[in-house]
Design a protein around this ligand. Structure first.
Ligand SMILES: NC(=O)C1=CN([C@@H]2O[C@H](COP(=O)(O)OP(=O)(O)OC[C@H]3O[C@@H](n4cnc5c(N)ncnc54)[C@H](OP(=O)(O)O)[C@@H]3O)[C@@H](O)[C@H]2O)C=CC1
Ligand SMILES: O=C(O)CCC(=O)C(=O)O
Length: 445
């Protein structure tokens, strides 16, 4: 049962932001976990700190005019949601997709605040983006868009203020365009973006970090709960972007058989094992995932990406986008005997699907812990930039493994200490909530 203090705050948010579906969903999921903490500390109600925590510090909105290759003028909406600064400077990715709106960026900024606190690196939480679709745009169009976006956003960034990175639709190349414009506008080369190219300040292993981190955490969970590893496990991974591709590579390196991956265009089911490098080639060359079957005729293509959840597997890794896996699909996965689901994307599982997994005793690793490897290596990139140095790939990878194992241990111990050692959603939410609210109270925020 949700604590009445939380219910009352949630009702207020629901009235005020009734149209912000994703934001309300992320707050509700969080509130479901933290009722017990409220009874432990009278300051929580006295200071009304939770009402404070669910509201972003500020939302910056601006227009982004740009010109396409034919000279036609367009205007998109740009955003940066600076959510919470209690633990460090604002930190979080930038997303370019037509679906971007305030609700999506508020949910992502909220998640990011708690995710970043789990890393143990002093980072606040933020998220930004624009309702711009980089697909089928030329390089020059993307460059012009990034310049216009930065024209406004640069005023609000700084290595000790707000440090963006990439996210959906924003690759290392796009980060480079934004960072380049930041330098032209400010005359400063400083660690103000992460996920930069490695020739001009980017960290080795940042590209791989989110995917590798997911697998490090899955390995820690398999060891703790099932005394096993990934060898010969059947794995499905939704998406075929940055996160999915590197999750796929690492899963295979650890002995798993990845039998399906997807994109907006559909699903590839390849029973003998997906050729991840070929999928990466398809992505890099803007081809359709369907083309995979031209090289591998024994693979099956299905047009609806949701068909991936019908495929038999031991482990499911949703690594594409929010709410991509709903209750009906959760039922199929459970009926097919899944043992573990780990969220690679941010909130890929709907609330009722998450409940279904937990109620059916399926080990469920929440995204804010599982995909924290990306922002962790972003934190390591900031450290390298501040020291004006580079670390080699293995050094960064080793630090990433240490961070992911520590996040898992802390989350597991928290869940255990609250009497529910299999509920990692509760473990992650309680642990991260405590870190953020206590820091806010100590600073009088
Ligand atoms: N990049 C990072 O470091 C981090 C990313 N994340 C999260 O991980 C997720 C993926 O991000 P990232 O890999 O960087 O993004 P990318 O843009 O690199 O890739 C996204 C992939 O998801 C696919 N996709 C999008 N919507 C759907 C859908 N409805 N069904 C199936 N596939 C879909 C895209 O297909 P198509 O190619 O057809 O568009 C693409 O293959 C996001 O939720 C992001 O917020 C979380 C932590 C860090
Ligand atoms: O590396 C970062 O700053 C943020 C990565 C990100 O957007 C995320 O964790 O969802």
């Amino acid at each position: 049962m949700m604590h009445e203090h939380l219910t009352s705050i949630y009702n207020e948010l629901q009235t005020k932001y009734s149209y912000q579906k994703e934001y309300l969903q992320s707050v509700y999921e969080f509130f479901e976990s933290i009722s017990e903490v409220i009874e432990e500390d009278p300051r929580i109600i006295e200071t009304n700190i939770i009402r404070n925590i669910v509201e972003p510090d500020r939302i910056i909105t601006f227009k982004v005019p740009w010109e396409d290759d034919k000279g036609a003028r367009h205007v998109n909406t740009g955003y940066r949601v600076q959510f919470n600064q209690a633990l460090g400077p604002y930190k979080g990715g930038i997303r370019f997709t037509p679906k971007v709106n305030e609700s999506i960026l508020k949910f992502l900024g909220f998640e990011q605040t708690f995710k970043n606190s789990l890393t143990g690196i002093p980072l606040g939480g933020a998220k930004g983006g624009a309702d711009f679709d980089p697909k089928h745009k030329s390089d020059q169009e993307i460059l012009r868009f990034c310049r216009s976006y930065m024209m406004e956003l640069h005023k609000f960034l700084g290595p000790n203020m707000d440090i963006p990175a990439g996210d959906l639709g924003v690759s290392q190349k796009t980060v480079g365009y934004m960072f380049g414009m930041y330098k032209r506008l400010t005359q400063r080369h400083e660690g103000v973006f992460t996920g930069k190219g490695t020739k001009y300040g980017g960290s080795l292993a940042r590209t791989e970090a989110t995917g590798y981190g997911i697998i490090y955490m899955v390995l820690a969970a398999l060891k703790t709960y099932f005394q096993t590893d990934l060898k010969d496990k059947i794995v499905i991974i939704s998406g075929s972007g940055n996160v999915a591709i590197h999750t796929g590579y690492k899963a295979q390196a650890m002995g798993a058989k990845v039998v399906a991956m997807s994109s907006i265009d559909g699903v590839i089911h390849h029973e003998t094992g997906i050729d991840v490098s070929y999928l990466e080639y398809i992505k890099d060359n803007n081809l359709s995932i369907k083309d995979y079957t031209l090289r591998y005729p024994s693979a099956i293509f299905a047009e609806n990406p949701k068909r991936i959840w019908e495929i038999n597997c031991d482990i499911a890794l949703p690594c594409a986008t929010e709410n991509e896996l709903d209750l009906e699909e959760a039922k199929k996965l459970v009926d097919n005997g899944i043992m573990l689901l780990a969220e690679g994307a941010n909130m890929p599982t709907t609330l009722d699907a998450t409940h279904y997994f937990l109620d059916n005793n399926i080990l469920f690793i929440p995204g804010k812990a599982c995909n924290a490897g990306g922002v962790s290596v972003s934190g390591l990139e900031m450290q390298q930039n501040a020291l004006h140095t580079y670390w080699d790939f293995d050094t960064v990878d080793q630090k990433l493994q240490t961070i992911m194992n520590r996040i898992f241990e802390d989350m597991y111990e928290t869940a255990r200490s609250y009497g529910d050692d299999k509920n990692l959603v509760k473990g992650a939410n309680i642990l991260s909530f405590k870190r953020v609210y206590q820091a806010m109270l100590e600073q009088g925020l």
